[in-house]
Design a protein around this ligand. Structure first.
Ligand SMILES: [Zn+2]
Ligand SMILES: [Zn+2]
Length: 631
């Protein structure tokens, strides 16, 4: 890398004028950082950096040389003078390691200014580069602690990024003669997504999640990997769900010390879900695969990328995320391998249809030779009713149960995505019906998850985004109330309400408490809005069980289910069968090969067969531990 950076530095010096006064050039993760004694010049002439990036095909970041930085006390004063009152400034946090100042505000548009004018003014006057961070419109302890951790551990992070930079820009010693894709999980099954992509030079993991099966079947086949974890160049994470992310902290606990690439919201969502998962392990008297320290370690190793940002991750791999439409921050991963040798798109989980929160998945790429596509609904039978009908159904059930029968509607829901989708549907209805007086109670981590959504409106659909930016967040509507666990009994006794509570499959979480309190009253109704996996309580009840034995403080007790039980399938965050075909039809350009994963055996096989037959493409459904040579 020394050679590469030396060579690059020489070119930078040649391109930039001497008044740029460059003092050093370093690789920090995938970014090339230029330190200068004349930061003002770069603020005044934006084309300098744009020209450099265009010519040298690298991402450049410019920072002031330490000698030029204003003292934090003075700089803070200046920043407060420069920022307009309406920006809603919350905190100013100096990060001396990165010569950067984090500015947390409610309206970051005003911190940035027209064409970035305010940021430039801060840099001109103080020599600190300002990084605007959006304050969520609702309180969140998770996001706050992550942002604080990153500043507190800046020294560790900087050392880490430098090490990663060295790895990425090392000299390629082995030509990209072959490319191999190995399935370590989620093949002909849902859960424990984990794939290894290799060339003679590089090794990359795509996702590393947990499964729902018994014993060892919960974990991906990590023991089959015949190299040590420190030989891994990168772990790329498609989105926050635990079947994709649940085992990543475990990698850090067992010797991996490299980067985790994901979008910024995904970084926050995984921390939220993994922490919750550890609690579930403890509650079930099981030993969790790692502890909270490993989650922290994972956060420090995150290199976050936005959709569309092209990033070098090894000497012969370049990665770009695109919107997957599935949950907050979910991404399709495009990998450009071996300088044009091969291009692979890994979908992770995708949605290619209407949802309240997200645009459908991106389907256009510069090149694709191999497509690895999820198959959750790859079976022919998996087509769902149109979304508007599902939404109408939900509101009909609520009106009937609550308005007409004074009952309670209980919705088991994942804290991320499904809860917010349901909230948006109910909120839209309530806005159109001013007489609406039904309280909607949110329990568990739902409020926290909503808050994280409001910190990243740019990841949401335009109209939700607009409302959050105009201080009219649908998640903050007066109809929603967060519940303190001690109030659960009171809420149920009052009756006449909607309760949304995790976990989505009723295999734990506050929903169980509500279920026990509401299931024996025929006025009430239980509504399933999401997939219920084999072996879960949700699946049992959905399947028709009318008596269930549940653990109470006093021991096991049999509950008779007298409440109505209904399912609304149209809310899934996954593409249904037609949408999967629709995605493939739209996909441009068309790949030479398709691998179907992340579905039950029948679904993976059916999707591969259908795509092969309909579109005349080589499509197959690999089994776990299959290794496929792509080139
Ligand atoms: Zn998912
Ligand atoms: Zn998944």
């Amino acid at each position: 890398m020394a050679d590469f950076i030396k060579e690059l530095a020489k070119q930078v010096h040649e391109i930039l004028p001497s008044e740029a006064e460059i003092t050093s050039i370093e690789a920090e993760g995938p970014e090339i950082v230029i330190y200068t004694k004349n930061l003002k010049l770069f603020q005044d002439q934006e084309r300098l950096i744009k020209g450099l990036a265009g010519q040298l095909k690298k991402r450049f970041v410019v920072r002031s040389d330490a000698s030029q930085l204003m003292t934090p006390e003075e700089a803070e004063k200046k920043i407060r003078e420069i920022l307009p009152e309406e920006a809603g400034l919350e905190t100013i946090m100096f990060d001396p390691e990165f010569h950067q100042v984090n500015i947390e505000a409610r309206k970051i548009g005003l911190v940035i200014g027209h064409h970035g004018d305010t940021l430039k003014e801060i840099a001109r006057q103080t020599n600190w580069v300002a990084k605007p961070l959006r304050m969520p419109t609702m309180p969140t302890t998770m996001l706050k602690s992550i942002r604080q951790l990153l500043v507190k551990e800046a020294k560790t992070r900087k050392a880490l990024l430098k090490k990663v930079g060295k790895q990425i820009y090392r000299e390629q010693t082995k030509p990209t003669d072959w490319i191999r894709f190995t399935t370590l999980g989620a093949s002909r099954q849902v859960g424990r997504s984990c794939f290894l992509l290799e060339t003679p030079e590089s090794k990359v993991f795509l996702d590393c999640g947990l499964g729902t099966g018994p014993g060892d079947q919960r974990f991906p086949y990590l023991s089959s990997v015949d190299f040590s974890l420190d030989e891994l160049d990168a772990v790329i994470l498609s989105h926050g769900h635990l079947d994709h992310s649940g085992m990543i902290p475990y990698l850090f606990e067992y010797g991996y010390d490299g980067p985790l690439y994901c979008t910024t919201p995904t970084r926050d969502v995984i921390a939220l879900l993994q922490k919750d998962m550890l609690n579930v392990f403890v509650k079930n008297n099981e030993v969790p695969p790692y502890d909270e320290k490993a989650i922290k370690k994972q956060i420090l190793h995150c290199i976050t990328r936005e959709y569309g940002e092209v990033t070098d991750i090894s000497p012969d791999m370049r990665m770009t995320f695109q919107n997957a439409g599935h949950i907050l921050g979910s991404a399709l991963t495009h990998l450009h391998i071996g300088d044009g040798a091969h291009n692979l798109v890994y979908t992770g989980d995708l949605k290619f249809g209407f949802s309240e929160l997200f645009d459908p998945a991106e389907s256009r790429f510069p090149r694709v030779e191999t497509l690895v596509i999820e198959s959750t609904y790859g079976g022919n039978v998996h087509t769902t009713a149109p979304r508007f009908m599902a939404e109408k159904q939900l509101m009909d059930y609520i009106i009937n149960t609550v308005e007409k029968n004074n009952g309670i509607v209980l919705i088991p829901s994942f804290a991320v995505e499904r809860a917010q989708e349901a909230m948006l549907v109910i909120e839209a209805y309530a806005r159109q019906h001013p007489e609406w007086d039904i309280p909607v109670y949110l329990d568990g981590m739902i409020k926290e998850a909503c808050a994280i959504h409001t910190a990243y409106p740019e990841y949401l659909k335009r109209n939700v985004q607009r409302r959050i930016l105009h201080n009219d967040s649908p998640f903050s509507s007066h109809i929603f109330q967060s519940v303190d666990p001690v109030k659960r009994e009171e809420i149920v006794n009052q009756g006449r309400c909607v309760i949304i509570a995790p976990a989505g499959m009723m295999n734990g979480g506050p929903v169980l408490d509500y279920f026990k309190r509401t299931c024996e009253d025929p006025k009430n109704q239980l509504i399933f809005m999401s997939f219920q996996a084999e072996g879960t309580l949700g699946q049992k009840i959905k399947g028709g069980a009318r008596k269930v034995v549940l653990e109470d403080k006093a021991g096991a007790r049999e509950y008779e289910i007298k409440m109505k039980v209904n399912e609304i399938p149209g809310f899934s965050g996954h593409a249904d069968f037609n949408q999967l075909l629709g995605f493939y039809k739209k996909l441009s350009p068309k790949p030479e090969r398709v691998l179907t994963i992340h579905g039950e055996e029948k679904s993976c096989v059916n999707l591969a067969r259908t795509l092969g037959y309909k579109f005349r493409v080589e499509a197959s459904a690999p089994r776990n531990l299959d290794a496929i040579r792509l080139k």
